[in-house]
Design a protein. Structure first.
Length: 65
């Protein structure tokens, strides 16, 4: 089974790491009632690895200015 969110993410990544297309996708992901919270987190972590942002290192730490 293919997931439309995954297809859109792969299409954006195939297009020169199309971060401009990924940001709205990630913004809408947590509000999608068909996607479980764990899957949302996993998607964010997976795409973070592809983009090299290293955002998970901030989990559980105090807010940064």
């Amino acid at each position: 089974m293919r997931w439309p969110v995954a297809d859109r993410a792969h299409t954006a990544l195939d297009d020169n790491l199309g971060t401009a297309a990924l940001i709205p996708l990630l913004d809408q992901l947590p509000d999608n009632p068909r996607i479980l919270p764990g899957a949302v987190f996993g998607t964010f972590v997976s795409l973070d690895r592809s983009l090299g942002l290293d955002l998970p290192r901030y989990l559980g730490s105090a807010a940064h200015p």
